[in-house]
Write a protein that binds this ligand. Structure first.
Ligand SMILES: [Zn+2]
Length: 295
């Protein structure tokens, strides 16, 4: 019996968001590090887990800090919420972790990705079963405490990379307060802010059939393409039938939007997702590179 192989199969079968989204989900995708394999970074081969704080050992993190190699941390924030009939609830968290990991690999060995905040501020989706939501003060307190922990280990640059719309404004609104209380170089963005920049927007136009104004949208062309590229095992169209779907919404408009997003998601494909992820990751890495240089 090959113990190593059977163990590996078990881990993939468990499908924890952390392990599959950031490693197994990117198997053999051009431009992304192969799962379980190695990522080519600046001509060197690196195990992708090495930029994930929760997959690192105390020895690895301690030595990186002591040697002055580790200069910054990314704190991914997401949600566990309904993503229409066909995407997994963890979509936003898994997406934030994935782009954070890819950006950290570009900046190896300077950046570690902290454990994500996997539940966000989603009260407006509570009508849809499965959604979990935090009160804004709970969410912000969690993010703050994670940043404060990183600060206590000597990290002076912290970049919050958000993957869920409901978290965006509360994070932005509290950055000045976080900065003055923590005394570190801290900033927050939502990963799709990449497409607010003219160059990325123009490039994305080539891939978004429903239009760049629909980035990020909700479970539509953008997010579904993202999932098909990064973690196709989280796209489940089997048995989805909008002709038979009888969900009750308080607001009639919600039913129309829900259906429209699903129909738009049918325009998604892995190739679009790969291109959109590449644009996002380059933009994130560039921002973080400039933050580190300024610290
Ligand atoms: Zn989403």
């Amino acid at each position: 019996m090959d113990c190593r192989a059977s163990r590996r199969g078990f881990l993939l079968g468990v499908s924890g968001f952390a392990s599959t989204s950031v490693t197994a989900g990117v198997v053999d995708r051009p431009g992304l590090p192969a799962s379980g394999g190695l990522a080519r970074v600046q001509g060197r081969l690196i195990a992708p887990r090495k930029v994930l704080l929760w997959e690192s050992t105390r020895k690895e993190i301690r030595e990186a800090i002591e040697a002055g190699r580790l200069k910054a941390a990314i704190v991914p924030t997401g949600s566990t919420e309904q993503h229409n009939e066909h995407l997994a609830m963890i979509q936003d968290t898994a997406s934030a972790v994935l782009v954070a990991q890819q950006a950290a690999l570009q900046l190896w060995p300077q950046v570690t990705v902290a454990t994500p905040v996997a539940v966000g501020i989603s009260p407006y989706w509570m009508e849809r079963p499965g959604t979990l939501t935090l009160r804004p003060e709970t969410f912000l307190a969690m993010v703050y405490d994670i940043c404060d922990s990183l600060r206590q280990h000597g990290l002076k640059t912290i970049f919050i990379v958000n993957g869920h719309g409901g978290n965006a404004k509360p994070l932005k609104d509290h950055m000045a307060e976080f900065r003055s209380k923590l005394g570190v170089n801290i900033d927050a963005c939502s990963y799709w802010d990449a497409f607010a920049e003219a160059a990325s927007r123009e490039e994305a136009e080539e891939y978004m059939e429903t239009g760049v104004e629909n980035i990020p949208g909700h479970s539509a062309e953008f997010e579904t393409s993202f999932a098909l590229a990064a973690f196709p095992e989280r796209v489940h169209r089997d048995g989805v039938d909008y002709e038979k779907l009888r969900m009750k919404f308080k607001d009639r408009k919600d039913a129309g939007d829900d259906r429209r997003y699903y129909l738009e998601s049918l325009k998604a494909c892995a190739e679009k997702g790969e291109a959109l992820i590449r644009i996002t990751v380059d933009w994130l890495a560039d921002r973080l590179r400039r933050m580190i240089a300024a610290s």
